[in-house]
Design a protein. Structure first.
Length: 121
């Protein structure tokens, strides 16, 4: 079965770029432009991985991570942020599988996604 990725970013250009990259790599993708949309999507449609911009409107990355935990969603998470140390401090023990710094290298992100999803099989 094809693995699925939810891409959460308030910048349409980033969402579209990542969607194209992940679909080309053979993954199914869904998009959300803010934390509220992400949580709604996860409550209706499970996915294998959430690629989450940390600084997004409505619910930020920390709030989305808390809701994922509360909902007992099985999805793995990658956070993308320009301030990785701040994100680590704010998240405390509720850390994602990986935190990627902005600006990010698409090839590196793809490699991290592949490694995380391999473990998930």
């Amino acid at each position: 079965m094809t693995q699925s990725i939810l891409i959460v970013d308030d910048q349409i250009g980033i969402r579209m770029l990542l969607q194209e990259v992940f679909q080309t790599a053979g993954y199914r993708t869904s998009l959300a432009k803010n934390g509220k949309e992400a949580v709604e999507h996860l409550s209706e449609s499970p996915c294998d991985l959430v690629v989450l911009d940390y600084h997004i409107p409505v619910y930020n990355g920390k709030a989305v991570m808390q809701k994922i935990k509360q909902m007992r969603v099985e999805a793995k998470t990658i956070i993308i942020t320009g301030l990785p140390e701040v994100a680590k401090q704010e998240l405390g023990e509720n850390l994602p599988e990986e935190i990627i710094s902005k600006p990010f290298n698409v090839a590196k992100l793809c490699h991290v996604v592949e490694e995380i999803l391999k473990k998930n099989e």
